[in-house]
Design a protein around this ligand. Structure first.
Ligand SMILES: O=C(O)c1ccccc1N[C@@H]1O[C@H](COP(=O)(O)O)[C@@H](O)[C@H]1O
Length: 254
């Protein structure tokens, strides 16, 4: 596989997580902690209008095994003129085909990477960089099935996926997710040191200062940052965030 070209600046991926047809944010990814932010299409359009180049879109019901939001997800992807990273419940040929058929730019596999390694190796070989793997961790233990089950060691799994040609990782620190406590920079540095593949950081972003810190990790391999709660809670606007990462330049924190 060709090495990915390192971006000059941190990509921002505002998140729209869909549960029971609503855009929601969770705390630590725990079912039952939802705060609702209304129609997912309106949320996605808000981020698109504000200048996002990417949308991180999650079908939370599919991830938890409590149904799915396929109609809402399809509607959102169709309305986007920007790139979409789609995740949640993509675990077999049928769900992968349906996800790719939405027109999303890439999909993010979580549970399948832990439970179905042979299938994941095959779809990585077939679809290349349309497949990313979500490494959702507590400490350095991976979690699957709606983050309710342990799924092995982060670094052993990373080594296997690297060997199989995985193009990119989305690394979520579950302890930080939805908490506005700041990203786990140490974890991100360790993952970047263990792989030459680009890493999208997820979990904990709370301030523009956090984004500057993540922009400082671009030279180490952090390609992007998923921003959820901070945007919905109004900690900063997406325009402010985009200005900060543009100002941070070629990976250097401003
Ligand atoms: O994003 C969340 O808050 C979240 C919470 C709990 C479970 C999953 C969550 N999101 C993403 O869903 C996929 C995993 O889905 P699956 O295991 O492949 O079905 C992964 O990208 C998570 O980051």
């Amino acid at each position: 596989m060709e090495p990915a070209v390192k971006p000059e600046q941190l990509e921002l991926l505002p998140a729209v997580d869909v549960r029971a047809g609503q855009a929601v944010r969770l705390v630590h990814g725990e079912s039952g902690t939802e705060t609702s932010y209304g129609d997912p299409l309106q949320a996605a359009l808000t981020w698109q209008r504000a200048g996002a180049a990417w949308l991180h879109l999650v079908d939370l019901d599919a991830a938890f095994g409590t149904g799915d939001n396929r109609e809402h997800i399809g509607e959102v992807v169709r309305a986007m003129e920007i790139r979409v990273e789609l995740s949640g419940g993509i675990r077999d040929d049928a769900s992968l085909a349906a996800a790719l058929a939405t027109g999303c730019t890439r999909v993010n596999l979580g549970t399948a990477a832990l439970e179905s390694p042979e299938w994941v190796a095959r779809v990585i070989a077939e679809h290349g960089d349309r497949i990313a793997v979500g490494l959702d961790v507590r400490g350095t233990t991976l979690r699957g099935r709606g983050w309710t089950r342990d799924g092995g060691d982060l670094f052993e799994t990373l080594e296997r996926l690297d060997r199989e040609g995985c193009a990119r990782y989305v690394v979520t620190d579950i302890n930080k997710d939805g908490t506005l406590q700041g990203p786990n920079l140490e974890l991100l540095r360790k993952v970047c040191a263990a792989t030459d593949r680009p890493v999208v950081a997820s979990g904990g972003v709370s301030s523009l200062e956090d984004l500057r810190a993540l922009a400082g990790l671009v030279p180490e391999g952090v390609e992007g940052a998923i921003v959820g709660k901070a945007l919905y809670a109004g900690a900063f606007t997406l325009q402010e965030a985009l200005a900060v990462v543009a100002g941070a330049g070629a990976g250097g924190a401003a």
